[in-house]
Structures are given as structure tokens and as C-alpha cells.
Ligand binder design. Sequence first.
Ligand SMILES: *Cc1c(COP(=O)(O)O)cnc(C)c1O
Length: 357
Amino acid sequence: MKKHNFYAGPSILPEFTIEQTAEAVKDFAGTGLSLMEISHRSKEFVAVMEEAQQLFKYLLHIPDGYSVLFLGGGASTQFAMIPFNLFKKKAAYLNTGAWSKKAIKEAKLFGEVDVVASSEDKLFNYIPKNYTIPEDADYFHITTNNTIYGTEIKEDLNSPIPLVADMSSDIFSRPVDVSKYALIYGGAQKNLAPAGVTFVIIKNDIVGQSGREIPTMMNYQTHIDKGSMFNTPPVLPVFAALQTLKWLKNNGGIEKMNKVNVRKANLLYDEIDRNQLFRAAVVEPNDRSLMNICFVMNQGYENLEKPFFDFTTGRGMVGIKGHRSVGGFRASTYNALPLESVGALIDTMQEFEKKNL
Ligand SMILES: *Cc1c(COP(=O)(O)O)cnc(C)c1O
């Protein structure tokens, strides 16, 4: 049976990425060697690294003065690396969920953290508005897409201080005005590549101002200077990321991808709003994520949660269980998820409604 892959991360990748990577694992760039057994300093791999950086810049229209880094350690290492490099006396954070909280926890190791607003009062089911970004903080950190709760900040904020964004789960899903950010980062395993590589888009002139001694590997300058080749980069995930970037380019880029993503999300949210058995976890349409669509059983139908889950499993759907901290369901609709899979889920919801009403 065809599987419909709604996992939140690691998650669905384009078939093109999987096939090209599988091929390179056997024979990389006609070298007769596996991608896994060749030097990262070989001219073949250096070309992969450079093209991946160039395509990042091309697809996201990254202005001059920024570097694209491919690092290890996951987005979670960035939670500490950001304050290590940028924190002087105070940092500002927006608390929109579990990932924001983890970032805040690391920043607090460096000094005063001003949490400007939080949506924790309603289990993070909305994006706080009408807060003031303190101009005396060194930077303002946001999580644009809250993978667990299904909320998303879909506009690029105007920040009077350097804006830092965790875009782990919405990078390449919508156009982004990179010039508004000092730093954008994320784990690649949601919308780009297999786990193991972390991307960082960084404005070159924000580093080197903390007045702090920084361990070499934790210092952005090291990786900017060496083009992410200071130490051995995660070779296979970088190769796979390049394939996804090529696929994006060949399929109309981010602007086209965004149109399809909006269509997929609207179809599914419309069905959740219409179907009597379900309700959306996030009420405010503007705050609803394009990438992680969270829903729960409507009042009075809570007992149907397990039966619905089993019903979808029988239809080939995988990964739609909500995060263990919130329950319910979460359908992740990343770039590589075909429209057809969203259609299949909607059909399943409608059939289940007919059976149970
Ligand atoms: C998955 C995720 C993370 C954690 O990424 P790791 O690479 O596992 O450290 C951080 N932030 C967001 C928004 C995520 O979705």
C-alpha cells in the first residue's frame, strides 16, 4: 500500500533526493567510490558544498554580506551557540513553545533574558501580538514555526535590534525577506535533508562583538572563514540537502512551493473546520501553521481518537499522531508531501465522519 507520510521530523523528502542520494552512496559523481568513503576535501565534495551554499542564496534571495553554514549539532546546539556569539548584556526572546523555551534556557546561562511575550497561558495555541521589542537588548529571538503546537509567524517582523529566527520546520516553505534577519537557523530534518546537518544563515558583521572567548567550534567566525570546512562536515546530509535544493529550483522555487503549501493547508483546515468530529488546535487563521496542522476530536467525540488513528493507519497514513505533550493529531505538510496525500487524509476524515455520525 502507498504510504502517506505525515511525520513531523525527520520527515518526508522528495523522491529525487532519496534516489540521488542512494545512487551517490553507491557511486559518487562517477568516482567509483561511495559518498561515504571519500574525502570531504576531494574536489567532488567541495563542489557539492559550494553548490549547496550557492543554491541556498539563490532560492532565498539572500543579500550580499551573509554566509550560509552547514554545521553539526542540530538546532539544539544553536540554542547555546547564538548567545555564545551574540549575547553581551541582555537578550530578548518570544516564548511560543517548547523549542523557544529550550532556547531561552540556554540564553539564561549567559545573563539577563527578557521574555517579551508568551502564549504558554493557552498551551501555545496562538502567537502573541502587541509586545514591544526592547531596544537595549542585543538581539531578539523567535521561533517562526512551532512544530509541536502548529502555530506559525508567517510575516517577517520588523525588529529594531538584530532578529534571530529558528526556522527548523518552515525554511523553504514560504518566501522570507532575509535582510530583516541577522541570523536564521534550523535542523535540516524537517524540510530539507536527513538528520545530521544544521543550516545557519548569518549576517557576517554581527559576529565578533561579544567580547567573549569562544571555543573554536562554537565560534561562527571559524565556520564563516572556512566555508563550513573547518572540520569534517556532515557529508551525506549536505549532499542530500543539495538534491532537495535542486528539486526546489526545478519545481519553481519557493514562491511556487508556497502556493502549493497554502493550497494543501487550506484544504485540510477547511475540512477540519467543517467536519463535526474534529476541531483545529489553533483557532486564529493567521496563526495557523502551513507545515504542521494540529487537530483534536471535537467535544463529545474524544472516545473516537484511537479508532480514528487506527482508521488512518488502515489507509496507509503514518506519523499523524500529535506530539506526546499535546495529544490529538498532527499532519505535517512539508514541501515534499504531495497534494494527493492531503486529499487522501481528507477522504479518510469524511468517511470516518459518515461511519460515526
Ligand atoms: C525539531 C526542532 C528543533 C530541534 O532540532 P534538532 O536538530 O533536533 O536539535 C528546534 N526547533 C524547532 C522549531 C524544531 O522543529
